[in-house]
Each structure stands twice: as C-alpha cells, then as structure tokens.
Design a protein around this ligand. Structure first.
Ligand code: ZN
Length: 421
C-alpha cells in the first residue's frame, strides 16, 4: 500500500533523529540546582532538555526511561569554564612564544580537539574561550566541529583573535626590523571600528580587548587604549548584539574598561575597594584567573608552601579579598591552557583557598558564568526547560570542592558523554 511507505519512512527518520529518544531518570542523594543544594531529587531528561526536576516523590519515572542512580554522587548542572584558551597548553611544556610563533595552526588545532575532549570529560560542558593567541579563527572552526558532533567538546563562545593596541603585545624581544606575528590583532583609533566588524564577520561571539599590558617603563601593567578608543569598541560591539570583555590588571585600565561598557574584567590583579565598587555599580563580572598567576609563578621556580608568596601572588590575594568583601560578582575562569585542559577544577580549589565557600564557587561555575555569557536561560541550572547539560561528581563538592575531580557522569544536550558506574 502506497501511503504506508512515507509514514514508515517518517517514523524511521524520527527515530534516527533522536526525536523518539528514550528519556533518562537521574537520581543521587544530592543535587546542586545552580543556586542551592537539594536532597533526594530526581531529574528527567527528554531529548536535549530537562523535563522535570524535584523531590523524587513528586517526579514520576517516565515509561521506558533509562534509570541511572549515583549512590554517593552529587548531580550538578554541566560546569562552565569562564576563561579558557583551548589553543594553548602548559607553558612548562612549551613556552608561549614557541606555541604562537613556531607551531602551525593545523598542529595547534589538532591539540585543541584533545583539549576540548578533556574539558568535556571533566564535567565542563561549556567554555568561554578568550582568544586563540596566534591561531587566527581556528576557534570558530573548533566550535563548529563540536556543534556538528564531529568531535566531543564543550559548547563554546569564542573571541577569535582578540584586539591589542599597536606596540603593546608580544611575542617581544625580537629584532625590530622583523615583522613578528602577534598573539592578537593590533588596532588603534578609528581603525578599531573596522577591526571589530571584521572580527565579528569572521565569527567572534564577543570582542576581547587587552585594556592594559606590561609595557610600562618598568615593565609594569599600563593602559594600552584610551577611554575614547574603548568606548568606540564597545559601541560597535554592542550594536551587533555582542559584548565587550577586557583583559585588565591595573586600576586605571579597569576603570576605563568599566566606564566604556565592558561586561567582564579578566585577571584584575590590582582591585581595591574603590575599583571593586565601580565594577559592582556597573554590574561587571570579575574573572580572577588565580590559577594562571600561581602556575606561571611556579613554572618560574616558586615552590608554593615552601617559599613565601611572591608579590604577584600577594597582589592577587589582596585583589580577590577586596572583590569578595565588596560583594562583586565573581565568575570562575582560570585561564586554563596555562595549565592542562581538564584540570579546570584547579581554579575552583584556589577560589576556596582564597576565601570563597565551596557552594559559592559552584554557583560561580554555573549560574554566574551562564549569566556572564548571556546564556542563563539555556544553561547553568537544573530546572525544567533548560538544556540537559548535567554532571555527576562522587562525594559532595559543596563541602569539598576537590570532589569535582571525581567525574562520574557527563551529559551534554541530552547525550551521555561519559558514564563511570
Ligand atoms: Zn587568558
């Protein structure tokens, strides 16, 4: 009979497309929903979304559901890395100059695919990537390959090349007759308009600007753009529906970035009460990147615990304390790439060491980061209608943040990526 064939074909197509996907019923003694810890909850996943979440008694098991229970686990939203560089890897293996200048984009991309997988398998289902540092727009291609399911990896927002002022950025120390490729794209004055638009056209999801760099007369961090330049960048960025994020360590660069309209400040090594208040008044999120500072210092010979804190670590601690005391919103982003991808938890451990509670850090890595990415309606919490990005960790990371090292289960978009029973 003729009409049966198209119907059958349609049903087959639906089954293959995952439309009739078997639902999941996930349970664990503890669940972090993005805001608080819950006990004895269940989560129902259908297709790529969370269908229901609540106390077990109030959430019935859907017919035919795959039931997974984690007897000593904690269910959390898929974690979000707020500051990654998937195209970089630890500088104690290969220094930054060599990675940027000598390694081909093809080689770096091959590595980045492994970095992406390691990030996802650690329970980080999303990453905000802050620039390829010399690998052009390879991050746009990486994001595409992940979104198309060609390779496993986190959902991404990418910065592309990022923008620096002429003369400020590295690699440095080469014969000035040489035209050296930089780790970001130089632009100044009105030319910033063209460069921002070009970066957007090539796939940047947000615009990252180095608002300062260590190019002072003593090698100290000094602003690299005027307030007017940053305002110009922000205006062009905003009108495309994107946001400006700024690398800024010094007080003055932070001030200019915030007044220009930057939504996040990366690093912020010299935040004091006044700077923190300005950031808070402008709803800015602070990404402290503690790990990067500690790791780079260790690569240079500092033995943590056995030697006194060097000045950059002392400054970072002061800065973090000022941010915390002021009630400034603090995101979780460690500059991972400086240390191994998949070891993202290092930043979370340091945030606790520097004064936050484990529960606060879990919020930073979920709801706070989701808001900073303007994706809070899609990811970062466990609630009906949210995308089914879920991780399970052995133990209780709201008490011991290091339990995030024990990843039992990872689901992204309703698809199981890792399951260690
Ligand atoms: Zn960075």
């Amino acid at each position: 009979m003729r009409p049966a064939t198209p119907l059958l074909a349609l049903l087959l197509l639906l089954a293959q497309s995952g439309f009739t996907q078997t639902p999941y019923y996930l349970t664990a003694p503890r669940l972090f929903d993005g805001e608080r810890m819950q006990e004895g909850w269940a989560v129902v996943v259908e297709g790529n979304v969370i269908k229901a979440a609540g106390p077990k008694a109030s959430v019935p098991v859907p017919p035919g559901a795959i039931q997974l229970d984690f007897p000593d686990g904690t269910l959390t939203p898929g974690l979000i890395e707020g500051h990654s560089h998937l195209f970089l890897y630890p500088y104690n293996i290969t220094d930054w100059d060599t990675q940027v200048l000598k390694e081909t984009d093809a080689y770096r991309t091959v590595r980045a695919t492994v970095h992406a997988r390691n990030t996802l398998m650690a329970g980080f289902t999303t990453a905000r990537d802050l620039g390829t540092e010399g690998a052009g727009y390879a991050d746009v291609a990486l994001k595409r390959a992940i979104n198309e399911g060609i390779i496993p990896g986190p959902r991404m927002q990418v910065a592309g090349r990022a923008i620096v002022s002429t003369g400020s950025y590295g690699p440095k120390g080469y014969d000035s007759d040489q035209q050296i490729m930089l780790g970001a794209e130089p632009a100044d004055g009105n030319d910033l308009i063209r460069v921002v638009r070009d970066q957007i056209g090539k796939g940047a999801d947000f615009i990252k600007v180095y608002a300062d760099y260590r190019w002072g007369t003593e090698g100290e961090d000094r602003p690299s753009f005027t307030l007017e330049e940053l305002k110009l960048v922000n205006e062009v960025t905003r009108s495309s529906g994107r946001v400006l994020v700024c690398h800024a360590k010094s007080k003055e660069a932070i001030r200019r970035a915030v007044l220009a309209g930057a939504e996040t400040i990366e690093h912020g090594d010299f935040i004091d009460a006044e700077t923190a208040k300005l950031m808070k008044d402008h709803n800015v999120t602070y990404f402290p990147t503690i790990s990067a500072v500690e790791k780079i210092t260790q690569y240079r010979g500092w033995r943590k615990g056995a030697m006194p804190d060097p000045p950059n670590v002392v400054n970072k601690k002061k800065s973090f304390a000022a941010a915390l005391a002021s009630g400034l919103t603090i995101g979780m982003g460690g500059d991972v790439g400086v240390y191994p991808h998949g070891e993202n938890v290092q930043e979370m451990e340091l945030m606790v060491e520097y004064g936050m509670t484990p529960l606060q850090v879990l919020k930073s890595a979920t709801t706070v980061n989701a808001r900073a990415m303007h994706w809070e309606k899609r990811i970062g919490s466990i609630a009906p209608g949210m995308l089914a990005d879920i991780a399970v960790f052995a133990g209780d990371p709201s008490k011991r943040i290091s339990d995030v090292r024990n990843t039992l289960f990872v689901m992204k978009d309703g698809v199981v990526q890792k399951h260690q029973p």
